[in-house]
Design a protein around this ligand. Sequence first.
Ligand code: SAM
Length: 228
Amino acid sequence: MNATDDKTIVREYFNSTGFDRWRRIYGDGEVNKVQLDIRNGHQQTVDTVLGWLKADNNLAELSICDAGCGVGSLSIPLAADGAKVYASDISEKMVTEAKDRALETLGNAENPTFAVQDLESLNGSYHTVICLDVLIHYPQEKADEMISHLCSLAQSRIILSFAPKTFALSILKKIGSFFPGASKATRAYLHREADVVKILESNGFSVQRQSMTRTRFYFSRLLEATLQ
Ligand code: SAM
């Protein structure tokens, strides 16, 4: 399967069965045990990023690009804390849901701004570019291109998360839990940290802060890298 196929499949998935599944996981309604575990793991990743950015005490001065924003789990709290947020996602359904949630939570439709756009076609320049739990949908070569493109949009910092290859066996065993039933059409790709760091460094960025979220069914390595 080539990368274009991956992208088409991912877009279709997040506009159909994937939308229903992830909207529930990224919500607060009732879900099954596996989905609850993934919800809690993902929330830890979001909370770590929020913790890092809040600790810097300059959120209100930052422009932030949230690439592959999903239902706005990170974009909405960042906007609530004063950052100017440009959120985008390849899935129209995810973006519509994110807009609804932002309006409900924040009471305005100005910040974040939302767009239906794949991250490869994003342009502009942002203090910080963030891309959480998106690379899992793409093989390393494609992920390298995506990371390089995201680096080109970042004036100062990039924050990425990915499923690390170190946990390959445990993840592969549980892969059915990531994408159960019909949605198994979507593959989960693992990435070697060394490969991700190498591509960041080749774009002039060096890792500053890192974190790992590991629950039973959710694995996410989080890196913050700044332009040197
Ligand atoms: N980043 C969000 C979060 O952590 O809450 C959502 C993570 S969700 C597992 C992956 C998201 O990436 C989906 O909303 C999907 O539509 C989006 N996505 C996948 N490929 C993309 C691409 N090439 N460009 C933009 N968004 C993409």
